[in-house]
Design a protein around this ligand. Structure first.
Ligand code: CAA
Length: 290
């Protein structure tokens, strides 16, 4: 199947990034948010990221304008009636996602593939909310979407070979490298990444080393682009806690149990960069080591 028209549900950090990369490579891209204000905020985020790409010499002004003309925003899911592929990037709430998939199933053409960018919810639960479980899979992007080269494709028990092939061709057109995972919490990357981040918090809780030394250790000792605390602040402590809790529920393994410090920081509203304070206190001028 040849995908031409893509729909994205949600214009948050991930949804707007996915919309941006789709428009860059020529897809007719429609993004849906729940209200005009959030839709405008999403489009603003896309504009800013495209401007950054121009400033960094990754994109010409002409290509920016062409890509921008291919993206539209809507508040109506009904506008997805002509989409070939829809990627849901809404908040991580199972009931809400199931409802979105059931609605998309009624709205979208019979040939359309319905995908989720979830990092924690079992895709099969979304597949069975539709009458086309063979055409449902996970397409999991990484933040920041325009920069990160990886996409995980998640194949459920019911995903057809054709759906997987079409998703692979879509990802290749985006210039991403794809890996395929079965439908299990964490897929490949987060299954390994989340316990590592939680271990770093345990190490800090135990007073074993400073956050700066742990960050520098992993950056210079393993060539990770960011140390674990810088990455935790970047991903969001609330997001990390939510993912850890979902994984713990799924596996009941201590490696996924959220440290007390993480839970308390989230309770205090220290979500990371987005709230001005996480492990580093950005609003007080503190910056992670580089
Ligand atoms: N569009 C296109 N390119 C852009 C861009 C944009 N909006 N913004 C930056 N870039 C490019 C830059 O030009 C630069 O390219 P070169 O290397 O070719 O020069 C590159 O991206 C890096 O950008 P910067 O120099 O501004 O920043 P940096 O070197 O400090 O890197 C970073 C920033 C890419 C975020 C890097 O620190 C990094 O890779 N961090 C780790 C991110 C990570 O692990 N993400 C995954 C999180 S987990 C997740 O997402 C899954 C989940 O489910 C929770």
């Amino acid at each position: 199947m040849d995908i031409q028209r893509v729909g994205i549900v949600g214009a948050g950090l991930m949804g707007s990034g996915i919309a941006e990369v789709c428009a860059h490579v020529g897809y007719d891209t429609l993004v849906r948010e729940v209200n005009d204000e959030l839709a405008a905020k999403g489009m603003e985020r896309i504009d800013q990221s495209m401007q950054t790409a121009v400033q960094r010499g990754k994109l010409s002004q002409a290509d920016l304008e062409a890509a921008r003309s291919r993206i539209r925003a809507t508040t109506r899911l009904e506008d997805f009636a002509d989409r070939d592929l829809v990627i849901e990037a809404a908040v991580e709430n199972l009931d809400l996602k199931k409802e979105v998939f059931a609605q998309l199933d009624h709205i979208c053409p019979a040939h359309a593939i319905l995908a989720s960018n979830t990092s924690s919810i079992p895709i099969i639960q979304l597949a069975v909310a539709t009458r086309r479980p063979d055409k449902v899979l996970g397409i999991h992007f990484f933040n920041p979407v325009p920069v990160m080269k990886l996409v995980e494709l998640i194949r459920t028990l019911t995903t057809s070979d054709e759906t997987l092939q079409t998703a692979r061709a879509f990802g290749e057109r985006l210039g991403k490298r794809m890996i395929v995972s079965k439908d299990r919490a964490g897929f490949i990357v987060n299954y390994l990444l989340v316990p590592y981040l939680l271990d770093a918090i345990h190490m800090l809780e135990q007073g074993f080393a400073t956050k700066e030394d742990i960050d520098v250790g992993m950056m210079l000792g393993t060539s990770y682009p960011m140390g674990p605390f810088t990455l935790l602040d970047f991903v969001g402590l609330d997001t990390t806690l939510h993912i850890a809790d979902v994984f713990f529920e799924a596996f009941k393994e201590p490696r996924f149990a959220a440290p007390t410090l993480l839970r308390q920081m989230v309770a205090a509203g220290w979500y990371g960069r987005k709230s001005g304070r996480g492990f580093y206190n950005y609003q007080a001028g503190e910056r992670p080591p580089r």
